[in-house]
Structure formats: structure tokens, C-alpha cells
Design a protein around this ligand. Structure first.
Ligand code: PGA
Length: 249
């Protein structure tokens, strides 16, 4: 059975006072059976690790560099994230692909770097609105899966997040049938590429405008193993309801 995963992506949000929100979340989900992951900005990681201690909440980074260390001003390596207390790192988020011109091969290299550092990689992919309207969604997803995921993926080191770009931060959500179609497609591709055992074990998250009021129906879709949540993960009260919906589903 795949363990459900609720992952919060804080993006470029979070100052010292946000640690109190993490604390609240940890207190209300002390006995969670769902895996709960927060990815705050890198500046907060080690403070967050101190705040959370051995609570049920684990931490992740939002991006890492593809190499271990060296002359890359402003960048952060996977080893540094692990050193600061991270267990996972998000790679290939559409905001990184767009704002930093990252392509599938960059994402693949970052996922490899994450694995070398002992981190799990949450590899993000998803189509633009133009691609969906041109009925190219599954081709785009197929290309991103083939190009972004390294060959040595396992059910333990990889999570895939399907995030349609047009649904991120917009309040627009695909229909349940559209979500189901893409998640089933990803599952089939993973089984074909990595074999049924690994392919069935890899968790596939949905991301893009997941909120307390739509979480239950999204989690009812087969092959949706959790969510990658942006805006609604910033407030403990909202994220908490999403975690509860996942746990109840
Ligand atoms: P959103 O972001 O929940 O604010 O739409 C999701 C994401 O970008 O991971």
C-alpha cells in the first residue's frame, strides 16, 4: 500500500514567525498516519528542524543544484538541504522550469543529486493551458516523465507531482476525470518503465489550487496518493483540513 503524502510548498514565503504555524500543525497531527511534509524556504529549514524535533512533520527543500558543491553563487546543494534537516526536495516545479529556464535534463540531474545526498525527490510536471487546449496533455506528460525521471527511481526515492500549470495559484482545478486520466497515465508509464512492483509503489500527488473545500473530491480519484499544496499550506488551519481529508479518504 502506498502511504498517503500531504506536502506543503511554501515557495518564497515564510519568516521566523511562520515557525509558530509549523508548531501548530505538528500539535494537531501528532498521530498522523499520513506522511506530512513541509517545504519552507531554505532559510527556515534548520530552524524548522529545531522547532519540529521528532514530531510527525518532516521537511524538504524546494529546489537543489545538480552538483554537490562549488562556485555557484546563491545556489543550494542537496547535501546542504540534508544537512539542514530535509528528507525530500522538490525538483522541476513549473515555476523553476519557467523562471529559471529549467528543462527535463536539468530536472533529471537534480533528482540524481538529491538521491546521491540521500534525499527523496518530488519531481513535478504538468501541461500549460495552451497544451491542454491543443489536446497535447498526455504527450507533454509522457515527455516530461521520460526526460525528468532518472533510471534508478524506486518507490522510496521518488514521488511524482502532477501540477497543471494553469491550475497553480489560480483557483482553477481540472475536472476529476481530467485528474484521473493523467494520474492513470502516469501510473501505467511507471509500471511499464520500472516494472509493476516499483511502478505501483511510486506515489503520485496532485497539485494546483488544492484547498480545504475541494480536497475530499480530489482525493477520491484513483491513483491520487496525496497533494502538493502551495497557498493553502501556509496556514496551519487550512493545511490541517487538507491533511484530515487525505487521512479520511
Ligand atoms: P497552489 O500551488 O496550491 O498555490 O496552487 C501548488 C504548487 O505550486 O505546488
Amino acid at each position: 500500500m502506498r502511504r498517503k503524502l500531504a506536502a506543503g510548498n511554501w515557495k518564497m514565503n515564510g519568516l521566523n514567525e511562520a515557525l509558530a504555524e509549523m508548531q501548530k500543525l505538528a500539535e494537531s497531527h501528532a498521530d498522523s498516519t499520513t506522511e506530512i511534509l513541509l517545504c519552507p524556504p531554505a532559510t527556515l529549514l534548520s530552524r524548522a528542524a529545531n522547532t519540529l524535533g521528532d514530531t510527525a512533520i518532516i521537511l524538504g527543500g524546494q529546489d537543489c543544484h545538480a552538483v554537490k558543491n562549488g562556485a555557484h553563487t546563491g545556489d543550494i546543494s542537496a547535501d546542504m538541504l540534508a544537512d539542514a534537516g530535509a528528507k525530500w526536495v522538490i525538483v522541476g516545479h513549473s515555476e523553476r522550469r519557467e523562471d529559471h529556464d529549467e528543462h527535463n535534463e536539468d530536472v533529471r540531474a537534480k533528482a540524481n543529486a538529491a538521491w546521491e545526498a540521500g534525499l527523496g525527490a518530488i519531481i513535478c510536471l504538468g501541461e500549460s493551458l495552451a497544451q491542454r487546449e491543443a489536446a497535447n496533455t498526455l504527450d507533454i506528460i509522457a515527455g516530461q516523465l521520460a526526460g525528468s525521471i532518472p533510471d534508478n527511481a524506486t518507490a522510496e526515492n521518488l514521488v511524482i507531482a502532477y501540477e497543471p500549470i494553469w491550475a497553480i495559484g489560480t483557483g482553477k482545478v481540472p475536472t476529476l476525470a481530467q485528474i484521473g486520466e493523467v494520474h492513470d497515465f502516469i501510473r501505467a508509464r511507471m509500471e511499464r518503465r520500472f516494472g509493476a512492483g516499483v511502478g505501483r509503489g511510486i506515489r503520485i500527488l496532485y497539485g494546483g489550487s488544492v484547498k480545504p473545500d475541494n480536497a475530499t473530491e480530489i482525493f477520491s480519484v484513483p491513483n491520487v496518493d496525496g497533494a502538493l499544496v502551495g497557498g493553502a499550506s501556509l496556514k496551519a488551519a487550512d493545511f490541517s483540513q487538507i491533511i484530515d481529508a487525505l487521512e479520511a479518504g
